[in-house]
Design a protein around this ligand. Structure first.
Ligand code: NCD
Length: 353
Protein backbone atom coordinates (compact mmCIF):
# COMPACT_ATOMS: atom_id res chain seq x y z
CA UNK A 1 0.00 0.00 0.00
CA UNK A 2 2.81 2.38 0.96
CA UNK A 3 4.56 1.51 -2.28
CA UNK A 4 1.34 2.22 -4.19
CA UNK A 5 0.82 5.63 -2.57
CA UNK A 6 4.49 6.57 -3.02
CA UNK A 7 4.46 5.52 -6.65
CA UNK A 8 1.24 7.40 -7.38
CA UNK A 9 2.61 10.50 -5.68
CA UNK A 10 5.76 10.23 -7.77
CA UNK A 11 3.69 10.02 -10.92
CA UNK A 12 1.68 13.09 -9.95
CA UNK A 13 4.87 15.04 -9.26
CA UNK A 14 6.41 13.91 -12.54
CA UNK A 15 3.41 15.09 -14.51
CA UNK A 16 3.29 18.35 -12.59
CA UNK A 17 6.81 18.92 -13.91
CA UNK A 18 5.35 18.30 -17.37
CA UNK A 19 7.25 15.07 -17.87
CA UNK A 20 4.63 13.11 -19.71
CA UNK A 21 7.00 10.58 -21.22
CA UNK A 22 6.65 7.20 -19.53
CA UNK A 23 3.93 8.39 -17.13
CA UNK A 24 0.55 6.83 -16.43
CA UNK A 25 -2.58 8.93 -16.97
CA UNK A 26 -4.80 7.85 -14.09
CA UNK A 27 -6.59 10.92 -12.73
CA UNK A 28 -7.13 14.52 -13.74
CA UNK A 29 -5.64 15.47 -10.36
CA UNK A 30 -2.26 14.83 -11.97
CA UNK A 31 -2.51 17.96 -14.09
CA UNK A 32 -2.00 21.64 -13.51
CA UNK A 33 -2.99 24.33 -16.01
CA UNK A 34 0.35 24.18 -17.84
CA UNK A 35 0.10 20.44 -18.34
CA UNK A 36 -3.45 20.80 -19.64
CA UNK A 37 -2.43 23.60 -21.99
CA UNK A 38 0.29 21.31 -23.35
CA UNK A 39 -2.19 18.46 -23.92
CA UNK A 40 -4.72 20.75 -25.61
CA UNK A 41 -2.03 22.27 -27.86
CA UNK A 42 -0.71 18.90 -28.96
CA UNK A 43 -4.33 17.78 -29.52
CA UNK A 44 -4.88 20.72 -31.88
CA UNK A 45 -1.73 19.70 -33.80
CA UNK A 46 -3.34 16.32 -34.47
CA UNK A 47 -6.26 17.81 -36.44
CA UNK A 48 -4.64 17.54 -39.93
CA UNK A 49 -3.90 13.84 -39.33
CA UNK A 50 -7.34 13.03 -37.98
CA UNK A 51 -8.96 14.85 -40.92
CA UNK A 52 -6.66 13.01 -43.38
CA UNK A 53 -5.03 16.14 -44.77
CA UNK A 54 -1.72 14.50 -43.93
CA UNK A 55 -0.62 11.33 -42.22
CA UNK A 56 1.93 10.91 -39.49
CA UNK A 57 3.08 7.39 -38.64
CA UNK A 58 5.40 8.48 -35.87
CA UNK A 59 4.40 5.42 -33.80
CA UNK A 60 5.02 2.94 -36.64
CA UNK A 61 5.57 -0.45 -34.99
CA UNK A 62 4.36 0.50 -31.51
CA UNK A 63 1.67 -1.63 -29.84
CA UNK A 64 -1.33 -0.42 -27.84
CA UNK A 65 -3.17 -2.94 -25.69
CA UNK A 66 -6.75 -1.76 -25.37
CA UNK A 67 -8.30 -3.56 -22.38
CA UNK A 68 -12.00 -2.82 -21.98
CA UNK A 69 -13.69 -4.69 -19.16
CA UNK A 70 -16.86 -2.57 -19.37
CA UNK A 71 -19.06 -1.65 -22.35
CA UNK A 72 -17.67 1.10 -24.56
CA UNK A 73 -18.02 2.34 -28.12
CA UNK A 74 -16.42 5.80 -28.44
CA UNK A 75 -13.69 5.52 -25.86
CA UNK A 76 -12.44 2.13 -27.00
CA UNK A 77 -12.69 2.83 -30.74
CA UNK A 78 -11.24 6.33 -30.49
CA UNK A 79 -8.26 5.07 -28.45
CA UNK A 80 -7.67 2.48 -31.19
CA UNK A 81 -8.24 4.95 -34.04
CA UNK A 82 -5.93 7.49 -32.42
CA UNK A 83 -3.15 4.91 -32.14
CA UNK A 84 -3.69 3.68 -35.72
CA UNK A 85 -3.60 7.26 -37.02
CA UNK A 86 -0.13 7.58 -35.49
CA UNK A 87 0.91 4.36 -37.23
CA UNK A 88 0.72 1.95 -34.29
CA UNK A 89 -0.89 -1.48 -33.93
CA UNK A 90 -3.83 -2.12 -31.60
CA UNK A 91 -4.59 -5.36 -29.74
CA UNK A 92 -7.91 -5.51 -27.98
CA UNK A 93 -9.36 -7.51 -25.11
CA UNK A 94 -13.03 -6.80 -24.53
CA UNK A 95 -15.07 -8.10 -21.58
CA UNK A 96 -13.81 -9.72 -18.37
CA UNK A 97 -15.27 -13.03 -19.51
CA UNK A 98 -12.72 -13.08 -22.35
CA UNK A 99 -9.77 -12.43 -20.06
CA UNK A 100 -7.95 -14.42 -17.39
CA UNK A 101 -9.37 -12.01 -14.82
CA UNK A 102 -12.38 -14.34 -14.95
CA UNK A 103 -10.02 -17.19 -13.87
CA UNK A 104 -9.05 -15.28 -10.75
CA UNK A 105 -5.91 -13.60 -12.07
CA UNK A 106 -5.03 -10.39 -10.23
CA UNK A 107 -4.85 -7.02 -11.97
CA UNK A 108 -1.17 -6.89 -11.04
CA UNK A 109 -0.37 -10.17 -12.81
CA UNK A 110 -2.38 -9.25 -15.88
CA UNK A 111 -0.53 -5.92 -16.00
CA UNK A 112 2.88 -7.59 -15.73
CA UNK A 113 2.08 -9.85 -18.65
CA UNK A 114 0.26 -7.42 -20.97
CA UNK A 115 2.81 -4.65 -20.44
CA UNK A 116 5.45 -7.10 -21.65
CA UNK A 117 3.54 -7.31 -24.93
CA UNK A 118 2.86 -3.59 -25.38
CA UNK A 119 4.27 -0.07 -25.46
CA UNK A 120 1.21 1.53 -23.84
CA UNK A 121 -2.07 0.28 -22.37
CA UNK A 122 -5.54 1.86 -22.28
CA UNK A 123 -7.88 0.28 -19.77
CA UNK A 124 -11.50 0.53 -18.59
CA UNK A 125 -12.72 -1.44 -15.61
CA UNK A 126 -15.92 -1.36 -13.48
CA UNK A 127 -14.17 -1.00 -10.10
CA UNK A 128 -13.15 2.38 -8.76
CA UNK A 129 -9.33 2.78 -8.57
CA UNK A 130 -8.77 -0.54 -10.39
CA UNK A 131 -6.78 1.14 -13.15
CA UNK A 132 -4.38 2.64 -10.57
CA UNK A 133 -3.98 -0.83 -9.09
CA UNK A 134 -3.35 -2.30 -12.52
CA UNK A 135 -0.76 0.41 -13.27
CA UNK A 136 1.32 -0.79 -10.30
CA UNK A 137 2.04 -3.98 -12.22
CA UNK A 138 2.67 -2.34 -15.57
CA UNK A 139 6.08 -1.56 -17.02
CA UNK A 140 4.56 0.74 -19.67
CA UNK A 141 2.27 3.80 -19.40
CA UNK A 142 -1.35 3.00 -18.52
CA UNK A 143 -4.16 5.35 -19.51
CA UNK A 144 -7.40 5.25 -17.54
CA UNK A 145 -10.38 4.83 -19.88
CA UNK A 146 -12.82 4.94 -16.95
CA UNK A 147 -12.66 3.20 -13.56
CA UNK A 148 -16.18 2.59 -12.27
CA UNK A 149 -17.86 5.74 -10.98
CA UNK A 150 -14.51 7.30 -10.10
CA UNK A 151 -12.85 9.07 -13.01
CA UNK A 152 -12.62 9.34 -16.77
CA UNK A 153 -9.64 11.62 -17.33
CA UNK A 154 -9.37 11.36 -21.12
CA UNK A 155 -13.07 12.21 -21.48
CA UNK A 156 -12.64 15.26 -19.26
CA UNK A 157 -9.67 16.41 -21.35
CA UNK A 158 -11.64 16.03 -24.57
CA UNK A 159 -14.56 17.83 -22.92
CA UNK A 160 -12.26 20.69 -22.01
CA UNK A 161 -10.83 20.76 -25.54
CA UNK A 162 -14.41 20.90 -26.85
CA UNK A 163 -15.44 23.68 -24.47
CA UNK A 164 -12.36 25.66 -25.49
CA UNK A 165 -13.02 25.29 -29.20
CA UNK A 166 -16.77 25.96 -28.92
CA UNK A 167 -16.23 29.02 -26.70
CA UNK A 168 -13.73 30.42 -29.20
CA UNK A 169 -16.68 31.18 -31.50
CA UNK A 170 -18.00 33.51 -28.82
CA UNK A 171 -14.60 35.06 -27.97
CA UNK A 172 -14.56 33.25 -24.67
CA UNK A 173 -12.10 30.84 -23.11
CA UNK A 174 -12.04 28.46 -20.18
CA UNK A 175 -11.98 31.24 -17.58
CA UNK A 176 -15.25 32.92 -16.53
CA UNK A 177 -17.21 29.92 -17.75
CA UNK A 178 -20.83 29.42 -16.72
CA UNK A 179 -21.62 25.71 -17.05
CA UNK A 180 -24.56 23.47 -16.10
CA UNK A 181 -23.96 19.79 -15.33
CA UNK A 182 -27.16 17.77 -15.40
CA UNK A 183 -28.40 14.22 -14.77
CA UNK A 184 -26.75 11.44 -12.79
CA UNK A 185 -23.99 13.47 -11.15
CA UNK A 186 -23.46 10.91 -8.40
CA UNK A 187 -22.34 8.05 -10.63
CA UNK A 188 -21.19 9.96 -13.74
CA UNK A 189 -17.40 9.71 -13.81
CA UNK A 190 -17.15 12.18 -16.69
CA UNK A 191 -18.63 15.03 -14.64
CA UNK A 192 -16.42 14.14 -11.65
CA UNK A 193 -13.28 14.48 -13.75
CA UNK A 194 -14.53 17.53 -15.66
CA UNK A 195 -15.43 19.41 -12.46
CA UNK A 196 -11.97 18.80 -11.06
CA UNK A 197 -10.37 20.12 -14.25
CA UNK A 198 -12.63 23.19 -14.28
CA UNK A 199 -11.55 24.02 -10.74
CA UNK A 200 -8.12 24.96 -12.19
CA UNK A 201 -9.54 27.88 -14.18
CA UNK A 202 -10.68 31.32 -12.97
CA UNK A 203 -14.13 32.40 -11.90
CA UNK A 204 -16.10 29.34 -12.97
CA UNK A 205 -19.80 29.02 -12.13
CA UNK A 206 -21.08 25.44 -12.02
CA UNK A 207 -24.79 24.67 -11.64
CA UNK A 208 -25.44 21.04 -10.78
CA UNK A 209 -28.95 19.90 -11.70
CA UNK A 210 -29.88 16.38 -10.56
CA UNK A 211 -32.37 14.42 -8.50
CA UNK A 212 -31.49 14.90 -4.80
CA UNK A 213 -30.41 11.26 -4.53
CA UNK A 214 -28.03 11.60 -7.49
CA UNK A 215 -26.20 14.76 -6.42
CA UNK A 216 -22.53 15.34 -7.13
CA UNK A 217 -20.27 13.80 -4.42
CA UNK A 218 -19.26 16.35 -1.76
CA UNK A 219 -15.56 15.77 -2.46
CA UNK A 220 -16.03 16.97 -6.05
CA UNK A 221 -18.11 19.99 -4.98
CA UNK A 222 -15.47 21.00 -2.47
CA UNK A 223 -12.71 20.83 -5.10
CA UNK A 224 -14.61 23.63 -6.85
CA UNK A 225 -15.63 25.64 -3.79
CA UNK A 226 -12.17 25.40 -2.20
CA UNK A 227 -10.78 26.94 -5.38
CA UNK A 228 -13.21 29.84 -4.92
CA UNK A 229 -15.76 28.94 -7.58
CA UNK A 230 -19.52 29.38 -7.36
CA UNK A 231 -21.45 26.09 -7.18
CA UNK A 232 -25.25 25.87 -7.24
CA UNK A 233 -26.81 22.50 -6.39
CA UNK A 234 -30.45 22.14 -7.42
CA UNK A 235 -33.09 19.62 -8.52
CA UNK A 236 -34.93 22.06 -10.77
CA UNK A 237 -34.30 22.95 -14.41
CA UNK A 238 -36.56 26.02 -14.47
CA UNK A 239 -34.49 29.17 -14.03
CA UNK A 240 -31.22 27.25 -13.72
CA UNK A 241 -30.15 26.54 -17.31
CA UNK A 242 -28.99 29.99 -18.44
CA UNK A 243 -25.34 29.23 -19.23
CA UNK A 244 -22.52 29.03 -21.78
CA UNK A 245 -22.48 25.22 -21.79
CA UNK A 246 -25.02 22.64 -20.67
CA UNK A 247 -23.49 19.19 -20.13
CA UNK A 248 -26.15 16.49 -19.98
CA UNK A 249 -25.47 12.96 -18.70
CA UNK A 250 -27.11 9.54 -18.77
CA UNK A 251 -28.60 7.77 -15.75
CA UNK A 252 -25.79 5.26 -15.11
CA UNK A 253 -27.99 2.18 -14.75
CA UNK A 254 -24.99 -0.13 -14.38
CA UNK A 255 -24.09 1.59 -11.08
CA UNK A 256 -27.54 1.02 -9.47
CA UNK A 257 -28.57 -2.05 -7.47
CA UNK A 258 -31.32 -2.78 -10.02
CA UNK A 259 -32.91 -1.51 -13.22
CA UNK A 260 -36.04 -0.69 -11.21
CA UNK A 261 -34.03 1.69 -9.04
CA UNK A 262 -32.49 3.39 -12.07
CA UNK A 263 -35.97 3.68 -13.62
CA UNK A 264 -37.00 5.92 -10.71
CA UNK A 265 -34.75 8.66 -12.10
CA UNK A 266 -35.00 8.23 -15.85
CA UNK A 267 -36.70 10.91 -17.92
CA UNK A 268 -36.83 13.57 -15.18
CA UNK A 269 -34.38 16.00 -16.76
CA UNK A 270 -34.99 15.53 -20.48
CA UNK A 271 -33.49 18.30 -22.55
CA UNK A 272 -35.44 19.00 -25.72
CA UNK A 273 -35.88 22.00 -27.98
CA UNK A 274 -38.75 23.42 -26.01
CA UNK A 275 -36.86 23.25 -22.67
CA UNK A 276 -33.75 24.62 -24.41
CA UNK A 277 -35.63 27.59 -25.90
CA UNK A 278 -37.38 28.31 -22.63
CA UNK A 279 -34.48 28.11 -20.16
CA UNK A 280 -31.10 28.21 -21.98
CA UNK A 281 -29.36 31.18 -23.55
CA UNK A 282 -29.58 31.71 -27.29
CA UNK A 283 -26.06 30.35 -27.80
CA UNK A 284 -25.81 27.75 -25.03
CA UNK A 285 -23.60 24.93 -26.28
CA UNK A 286 -25.02 21.45 -25.62
CA UNK A 287 -22.60 18.68 -24.66
CA UNK A 288 -23.00 15.04 -23.57
CA UNK A 289 -20.24 12.41 -23.25
CA UNK A 290 -22.53 9.97 -25.09
CA UNK A 291 -24.09 7.48 -25.41
CA UNK A 292 -27.37 9.37 -25.01
CA UNK A 293 -30.18 7.10 -23.88
CA UNK A 294 -32.76 7.69 -26.61
CA UNK A 295 -35.32 5.22 -25.32
CA UNK A 296 -38.65 7.05 -24.80
CA UNK A 297 -38.57 6.51 -21.01
CA UNK A 298 -35.19 8.29 -20.78
CA UNK A 299 -34.74 10.55 -23.81
CA UNK A 300 -32.30 12.76 -21.94
CA UNK A 301 -31.24 14.64 -25.09
CA UNK A 302 -34.05 14.75 -27.62
CA UNK A 303 -33.28 14.27 -31.32
CA UNK A 304 -35.26 17.46 -31.99
CA UNK A 305 -32.05 19.25 -30.91
CA UNK A 306 -30.11 17.66 -33.79
CA UNK A 307 -30.55 20.62 -36.14
CA UNK A 308 -29.12 23.16 -33.65
CA UNK A 309 -25.62 24.40 -34.50
CA UNK A 310 -24.95 24.55 -30.78
CA UNK A 311 -25.40 20.81 -30.35
CA UNK A 312 -21.71 19.92 -30.00
CA UNK A 313 -22.05 16.23 -29.10
CA UNK A 314 -20.68 14.76 -32.30
CA UNK A 315 -17.84 17.32 -32.55
CA UNK A 316 -17.09 16.40 -28.93
CA UNK A 317 -16.85 12.68 -29.81
CA UNK A 318 -14.53 13.47 -32.75
CA UNK A 319 -12.31 15.53 -30.48
CA UNK A 320 -11.73 12.34 -28.49
CA UNK A 321 -9.46 11.10 -31.27
CA UNK A 322 -7.31 14.27 -31.19
CA UNK A 323 -6.90 14.26 -27.42
CA UNK A 324 -6.08 10.55 -27.28
CA UNK A 325 -3.53 10.97 -30.12
CA UNK A 326 -1.95 13.75 -28.06
CA UNK A 327 -1.80 11.59 -24.93
CA UNK A 328 -0.12 8.77 -26.85
CA UNK A 329 2.39 11.17 -28.41
CA UNK A 330 3.18 12.70 -25.01
CA UNK A 331 3.42 9.51 -22.97
CA UNK A 332 5.56 7.87 -25.67
CA UNK A 333 7.69 11.00 -26.06
CA UNK A 334 7.21 11.71 -29.78
CA UNK A 335 5.33 15.02 -29.66
CA UNK A 336 8.32 16.93 -31.06
CA UNK A 337 8.68 14.52 -34.01
CA UNK A 338 5.26 14.90 -35.60
CA UNK A 339 6.16 17.14 -38.53
CA UNK A 340 9.28 15.08 -39.32
CA UNK A 341 7.03 12.06 -39.92
CA UNK A 342 4.37 13.79 -42.04
CA UNK A 343 3.44 12.27 -45.41
CA UNK A 344 0.71 12.96 -47.95
CA UNK A 345 -2.50 10.93 -47.92
CA UNK A 346 -2.66 8.82 -51.09
CA UNK A 347 -6.14 7.30 -50.88
CA UNK A 348 -9.57 8.71 -51.67
CA UNK A 349 -11.11 10.42 -48.68
CA UNK A 350 -13.93 12.88 -48.25
CA UNK A 351 -12.81 13.78 -44.72
CA UNK A 352 -10.46 16.59 -45.71
CA UNK A 353 -12.78 18.53 -48.00
C1 NCD B 1 -19.28 7.79 -20.57
C2 NCD B 1 -18.67 6.76 -19.63
O1 NCD B 1 -18.42 5.62 -20.05
O2 NCD B 1 -18.43 7.13 -18.50
N1 NCD B 1 -19.17 7.45 -21.92
C3 NCD B 1 -18.02 7.70 -22.60
O3 NCD B 1 -16.97 7.23 -22.23
N2 NCD B 1 -18.08 8.54 -23.63
C4 NCD B 1 -20.64 8.20 -20.15
C5 NCD B 1 -21.74 7.18 -20.10
O4 NCD B 1 -21.54 5.99 -20.35
O5 NCD B 1 -22.86 7.59 -19.78
Amino acid sequence: MLYFVANFYLNVQLLKMMKFQGSHILSVSQFDRDAIAKILNVSAQMAPYASRQKRCHVLDGAILSNLFFEPSTRTRVSFGTAFNLLGGFVRETVGQENSSLSKGESLFDTAQVISGYSDVIAMRHPQMHSVEQFAQGSTVPVINGGDGANEHPTQALLDLFTIQSEMMHFNKGLDNLNIVLMGDLKHGRTVHSLSKLLSLYNNVKVTMVSPKELQMPDSVISTLTNAGHQVIVTDTMAGNLSCDVIYQTRIQQERFASKDEADLYRGHFSLNKSVYKQYCQENTVIMHPLPRDSRPEANELDIDLNDLDNLAIFRQAQNGVLVRMALFALTLGVEEQLTAYEKPVNWFTNKNR
